[in-house]
Design a protein around this ligand. Structure first.
Ligand code: HC1
Length: 586
């Protein structure tokens, strides 16, 4: 242990503790613009400078370790003056049209300008004229607001292993660019939005569709329905007065009804549907492989995370046939809304607008893919992130904390605990195993309380296996088969698993991959900040939602059973294939 002094307080910390971390341990806030709990140290912004007695220059606290006997001042006159100068230098190059910035009041640079009471800037104005990159349906990149902290580049390289963003040039000309400066929609960007979630300013934001949604709501000719993703309800509250990890499902539904949506449905409903369709597909693949000896691609890979789909298209195109043909729950919902729901509710689908509330920026891209028009229309019209919904709730003047709870509308609104799990890494796998095991054996999965703990938690790659014993006669070919599965979250981890499978080093029957760390609960469209601690709290909320549900297996969802009875007929039917399945080509 190291003993040292910080702001006249004696501290004892483990070796290799940075001064920034030590300060946080005693609730002293040192500002920083480039540090992020998820990322490696960079020391780029220098805002976190502190004074260390005996040292000639101020030290960056994010990259200076506490040493025995050190005396540190985090708020001396010299420190305050240096921070003011650094912030002013950043502002001298920054587009300061804050009132028209999407990140207005959610910008870390703006917060510091306020905290340090900066009223005048002694430095020359060095702003450059950059044209924003508006090519992507998901992400808006505006270099005039970039402070070159490089959180985005480290995210894209270290966590996602994508490298769509890179640093180019040196010194005053340094900027964040793409391959050959191509627009975002022409490079390997997966639209995951993890960069957006870590950007301290308005340089990277989601492409907002709020105005389009208001327009639709104001159009008396249109019926506007909305679906809410599993991970939204465990995070939305963070922007509206609740602590991380508080579930706000009932208030979310009430808010959407008060905003004016004609019906409020749940993506969890189609998450259950995905499980039934995907579970059936997995069992069909196994049967074809084992019984018929077909050369069916295994492992089967989940297909609900659109950032992941874009990644496999770019990086492992030869494995595209391993992807489940199931569309994501978001897209299954859109296709059903404009067919089944429109029919049941006697609505002209041409006048039906489907809006999604998602924790994910890539869902905006997914909704616009040409494959996603099987209803005869664009199945999902507009996708808003959790953050955009929070803004709409504010715009509506609703006091979210005081809203009563409401229930989802019927027909596409009931769900199970299994569907709630989709919001967390491992959740799709857990939900699928609960259903597939029961379909094959007639019994519950052999885990206490249905909780399949090996696929839970934040490890980047998780593995599990279940041996199938005494299956029903139809599945006798699976007797004593050890079903091997894996789960990866974050595209860097996806790459590890796929490489290992591709090189023949690992074998699995089924792999769940989610593009974002922690799964959707850590999506690029979730409230900022999203940190490891906050992801854990959202994850705990997901599991408590599952435990609170009266039905916890997808195939037992009553509205889903009705959907099959009156419309789809059976899993994998012709209608199912037409509306709910798709394929991707390179
Ligand atoms: Fe997800 Fe999914 S879990 S992809 O993370 O399969 O975004 O929440 O909605 O579609 O259900 C996201 C979350 C979400 C889909 C579902």
């Amino acid at each position: 242990m190291i003993t040292f002094t910080m702001d006249n307080r004696t501290l004892e910390v483990p070796e290799e503790t940075t001064l920034l971390k030590a300060a946080r341990m005693i609730n002293i806030k040192i500002p920083t613009l480039c540090y992020h709990d998820d990322l490696c140290l960079a020391g780029n912004c220098r805002v976190c400078l502190v004074e260390v007695e005996g040292m000639r220059t101020l030290q960056a606290s994010c990259s200076t370790y506490a040493l025995e006997g050190m005396v540190v001042h985090t708020n001396s006159r010299k420190v305050r003056k240096a921070r003011q100068d650094i912030i002013n230098l950043l502002i001298s190059e920054h587009n300061t049209d804050c009132l028209h910035c999407y990140k207005n009041s959610h910008c870390e640079l703006q917060d510091l300008a306020r905290e340090y009471a900066l009223t005048e800037n002694p430095f020359i104005d060095l702003k450059k004229n950059y044209l924003p990159d508006i090519s992507s349906p998901a992400i808006h990149k505006d270099d005039s607001k970039c402070i070159r902290c490089q959180r985005c580049v480290r995210t894209c390289v270290e966590i996602q292993g994508v490298s769509a963003l890179a640093v180019v040039n040196r010194g005053a000309d340094l900027r964040i660019s793409t391959f050959l400066d191509y627009p975002l929609d022409q490079v390997v960007c997966t639209n995951c939005g993890q960069c957006v979630n870590r950007c301290p300013t308005g340089a990277l934001t989601e492409n907002s569709y709020i105005e389009k949604v208001w327009e639709a709501l104001d159009d008396g000719e249109k019926t506007v329905v909305v679906q809410t993703a599993p991970a939204v309800r465990v995070a939305l509250g963070e922007y509206l007065g609740f602590a991380p990890g508080e579930r706000v499902t009932g208030k979310l539904v009430t808010a959407l009804k008060r905003i004016g949506f004609d019906a409020v449905f749940d993506t969890d409903f189609t998450a259950d549907l995905t499980i039934v369709e995907e579970g059936t597909e997995l069992l069909t693949r196994l049967k074809k492989k084992v019984v018929d000896g077909d050369n069916i691609p295994l492992p089967m890979l989940t297909s609900c995370s659109p950032g992941w789909i874009k990644y496999i298209e770019h990086e492992f195109p030869h494995m595209l046939n391993n992807l489940s043909t199931c569309k994501s729950p978001q897209q299954m919902f859109g296709a059903l809304a404009k067919t089944y729901y429109a029919e049941q509710a006697s609505i002209d689908p041409a006048k039906l607008v489907v809006v999604s509330i998602m924790p994910c920026t890539a869902k905006k891209f997914e909704a616009q893919r040409p494959e996603m028009r099987d209803s005869g229309y664009q199945d999902v019209d507009y996708v808003l992130t959790t953050r955009e919904l929070a803004l709409m709730i504010e715009q509506s003047g609703l006091e979210f904390m005081t809203l009563a709870d409401s229930a989802y509308d019927t027909l596409l609104g009931s769900s199970t605990g299994a569907a709630a799990l989709f919001g967390a890494t491992g959740g799709v796998m857990e939900a699928a195993l609960r259903t597939a095991y029961e379909l094959v054996t007639g019994r519950d999965v052999p885990f206490e309380d249905l909780n399949i703990s090996p696929v839970r938690g934040m490890d980047g790659v998780k593995e599990a296996s279940i041996t199938i014993e005494n299956p029903l006669s139809e599945w006798s070919f699976l007797n004593n088969v050890e079903l091997k599965v894996a789960v990866a979250h974050g595209l860097g981890n996806a790459r590890k698993v796929l490489r290992s499978v591709d090189e023949g080093k690992s074998f699995y029957h089924f792999i769940e991959i989610m593009a974002c760390p922690g799964g959707c609960l850590g999506g690029g469209g979730q409230p900022i900040p999203t940190t490891p601690e906050i992801r854990q709290k959202r994850m705990d909320a997901v599991y408590s939602e599952d435990m609170a549900m009266s039905v916890r297996k997808s195939h037992e969802n009553p509205e889903l059973q009705e959907l099959y009875r009156v419309f789809l007929k059976e899993p994998g039917s012709e209608t199912s294939h037409h509306l709910l399945h798709t394929g991707y080509v390179r």
